[in-house]
Structures are given as C-alpha cells and as structure tokens.
Design a protein around this ligand. Structure first.
Ligand SMILES: Cc1cc2nc3c(=O)[nH]c(=O)nc-3n(C[C@H](O)[C@H](O)[C@H](O)COP(=O)(O)OP(=O)(O)OC[C@H]3O[C@@H](n4cnc5c(N)ncnc54)[C@H](O)[C@@H]3O)c2cc1C
Ligand code: SF4
Ligand code: SF4
Ligand code: SF4
Length: 384
C-alpha cells in the first residue's frame, strides 16, 4: 500500500461494522494499531448519550472497539488533548482536528512523526444544545427518545426508540437557524487530505452503502496504519469502483463550493463602524478565558501576552485581551468554532476572529494546518 491509493474497506468484526459510522474501518484500524504496538495509545470518544461524549486517551483495545460510530453533535477538538504528552498515538480527526494537530506540531507541542492522524470527511458538526432544541422545535421529538442519527442525501435523519425515522433537509434546518455550526457551514476542508489517511462514506456505492468506508491514503504513515490493520485481520479492503471515485470527487467539489458560498454570505465587509461593531460584540465579555483555554492552535500556557491584559480594571473601551488574540491568531486561526461553542455569553467569537484572519491568510496565501510551512509570523523580525 502507498500514498495516493484509494480503497473501500470494512471491519471484520461484525458488531463493529454494524455500529460504525460507515463500516467500522476506522475503529478497527485504531484497535489494530494498538494491539500490534504501532502506537502506545489511541484517542476516541467515549459516548455518554446521543449528544454527549468525552474524548479519552486509552491503551485498552476493547475501549477503542466500543467507540465505533459518528457523533455529529459532539464538536470536540482533540489537538490539545495530546499536546505536550510525548505520546506515540493514533486518533480520528475531522479536518479541524487535523489542522490543529499540525499547527501544534509546528509549535513543537506535538511530534507529528509519532502521531497517526486518521482523517474523517466532515460535512459539519452541530452544537449539542442547539441539536436538543432543534429536535423539540423542528422534529417534535424528545431528545431522550433518540436512538440514532444519520445524514443521507442532504437530510438529517433521527431514529427514535420506537424504530421510526424522522427526516428534514439540512437546508430547511439551516434556514431556521438550526443544523450545522456557523463555522462548519463555511469550512472548506471536507476531505481531510492533511491527515495520514482520509476516511468517509462519500464514494461508497451499491450494496456496500452504510457498510463500508472509503479511504484515501495521504502519507506513508497512513499506508502503514491500513496495511497493519489488514495484516492483523481487523480490516478487509478492496479497490473502489471507478464510479464511486468519481461520485466522491463530485460531492467533495460541491461541498467545497457550498462552503465558499457561505463564507461570502457571512463575511460581508463592514463599510463604516467596524470598530463600533467589534466593541459592541465584545462588550459583554466577562473575561472568563474559556475561549483561550479551548483554542486548539494556541500553545501558550496560562501566562501569556493576552492574559496580561485580562482584567478590565483599565480605561480601555474594548478588551485588550481580545485585541492581542486577534493579532496573534491572524495567521493561526483555523475557524474550528471551539471559541464560539464555549463562550458563556454567546459572543460569535469565531466570526470575529475570522474577520481578522481571513484577509491576512488570503493575502499571505497561507492556510494554517493545511501545509507544513512555518506560520508567517514566526518569520517576522522586530526592530529595536
Ligand atoms: C461530525 C462528523 C461529520 C461527518 N460528515 C461526513 C460527511 O459529510 N461525509 C462523509 O463521507 N463522511 C462524514 N463523516 C465520516 C463518517 O461519518 C465516518 O466517521 C467515516 O466514514 C468512518 O466510518 P467508520 O465506520 O470507519 O468509523 P467508525 O469505525 O465508526 O469510527 C469513528 C471514529 O470517530 C470517532 N468520532 C465519532 N464522532 C466524532 C466526532 N464528532 N469528532 C471526532 N471523532 C469522532 C469515534 O470515536 C471513532 O473513533 C463525518 C464524521 C463526523 C464525526
Ligand atoms: S470546522 Fe470543518 S472539519 Fe471542523 S467540524 Fe466543522 S465542518 Fe467539520
Ligand atoms: S480563535 Fe476560535 S476558531 Fe480560531 S482556532 Fe481558536 S478556537 Fe478555533
Ligand atoms: S469565552 Fe466569552 S466571556 Fe469568556 S473570555 Fe472569551 S469572549 Fe469573554
């Protein structure tokens, strides 16, 4: 196996294949890496219910096998979990997880040679609180009655414990303010080619729909991971159908174009009153620091430039903490949405950070987490 090859595959463990998002290949590949000592630990989500899960680092193969399945309402980011731990580790990664891991690698907090990034295609994730409200308002079902979920042909489908399916198109949900998080709508990393191996259901066709995973090998590490799983008897693969390869490429293109359209819709330039707009949006900030704690590309510790300005006992009209962070993240923000997700006073932080980052990253032709170039700000020489 080598970089550039594509396969369709599935777990040889029937229960994992059944529980898996699309065939359980990812789970089985992670478990095989652990069993054959390719890695010392694996990161997976430990499910609490349909809308809650906690990321865990484990060396227990059974715990890995139990994690099969996609949780669309758990918008976690794993990068900080493995930073500064010196682990030989494998982990599933949406595009934004992979980008953050690569950025932490550039900041020497993660050794990328020892990290196997198993990419998951990603059309988007949802905020768990918004999902619960959406279930009651749009689907007229109680969140506790939900048994499973899936996305098919542009519809978000929830299965309830009575075996019934409830489907609404994602377009309709998003028109009403539900569905994917705002940052996911304009995200254009739909197939994570920045990972070692990209896995998803796009391109799986015919009888294998729902029972197999489409994989694209992006690196030697990715080839090693998949070959190890096949050799260990955890995974079975076959060459993909040409029609499937073409369908996957087409969907990828459509989804990326949709992301670009959303970007144009959300980031309308403010002609006048830009400063006042930022001041107003940030005026309710309570300086809790949660947005810095979760930011997966920030590798400063508790003491850092921005936190020096954290307390509001000064005469500034706008938090200096945010002004420092806007500039520091201009070349590092990956638009993962974590800061907006945690803000207790609902400030649309990702949008504000992207308003600074978009023009800088576009002008520098630099997409953090998508290539291995050093962040441009690392190259800046300060004059005395
Ligand atoms: C939020 C989300 C959106 C997705 N959207 C698409 C899409 O639009 N098109 C497409 O082709 N594929 C998409 N996928 C990928 C797809 O759902 C399957 O994960 C993929 O096909 C691999 O299937 P599998 O059966 O091999 O994975 P499994 O064997 O089920 O393994 C899945 C692994 O992912 C982990 N995981 C589950 N939820 C999350 C999460 N929210 N964040 C990080 N890790 C998680 C689990 O812990 C497990 O380790 C998405 C996945 C997620 C999580
Ligand atoms: S930001 Fe992109 S990669 Fe991350 S969850 Fe949203 S759509 Fe997926
Ligand atoms: S500033 Fe917000 S959107 Fe940007 S990388 Fe940090 S947490 Fe993600
Ligand atoms: S999470 Fe919200 S309230 Fe807390 S520091 Fe960040 S912007 Fe302010």
């Amino acid at each position: 196996m080598q970089k550039g090859e594509m396969y369709v595959g599935w777990s040889t463990k029937e229960d994992v294949r059944k529980r898996g998002g699309s065939g359980g290949l990812v789970t089985s590949m992670l478990a095989a890496a652990l069993e054959k000592k390719l890695v010392d630990a694996v990161v997976v989500l430990k499910k609490i219910n349909e809308f809650e899960a906690v990321p865990i680092i484990t060396s227990d193969v059974n715990e890995v096998l139990n994690s099969a399945g996609s949780l669309h309402s758990v918008p976690s980011n794993f990068a900080k979990l493995i930073a500064d731990r010196k682990l030989k580790v494998a982990l599933p990664a949406k595009g934004c997880d992979a980008r953050a891991i690569i950025e932490q690698g550039k900041r020497n907090a993660i050794n990328l040679d020892n990290t196997f990034i198993v990419g998951l295609n990603c059309g988007g994730s949802m905020h768990p609180v918004v999902t619960r409200e959406m279930l009651e308002v749009m689907y007229k079902i109680k969140p506790e009655d939900v048994h499973g979920e899936e996305i098919e042909k542009g519809k978000l489908i929830f299965e309830t414990k009575d075996g019934k399916e409830h489907a609404i198109t994602i377009d309709e949900l998003e028109e009403k303010g539900y569905g994917r998080r705002e940052s996911c709508r304009y995200c254009t990393i739909k197939v994570p080619n920045n990972s070692d191996i990209a896995c998803g259901n796009w391109g799986v066709i015919g009888d294998l729909v729902g029972k197999a995973t489409f994989v694209e090998i992006n690196s030697e590490k990715g080839a090693k991971l998949l070959q190890n799983a096949v050799d260990a008897g955890y995974v079975q693969v076959q060459k993909p159908d040409e029609k499937g390869v073409a369908i996957r490429a087409k969907i990828k293109g459509v989804m990326e174009d949709l992301g670009k359209k959303w970007k144009g819709k959300i980031f309308v330039p403010i002609e006048n009153g830009r400063l006042e707009y930022f001041r107003k949006e940030l005026e309710h900030c309570i300086d809790c620091g949660a947005c810095k704690t979760v930011c997966p590309t920030c590798s400063c510790g508790a003491v850092s430039k921005c936190t020096e300005y954290h307390l509001r006992g000064d005469a500034y009209k706008m938090s200096m903490y945010h002004l420092v962070r806007f500039t520091h993240l201009a070349d590092a923000c990956i638009g993962c949405g974590q800061c907006t997700d945690v803000c207790p006073v609902d400030i649309p932080l990702t949008r504000l950070y992207r308003m600074f980052a978009n023009p800088i990253q576009e002008q520098l032709k630099y997409e953090p987490g998508m290539d291995m170039r050093k962040p441009p700000y690392f190259e800046v020489k300060l004059n005395e």
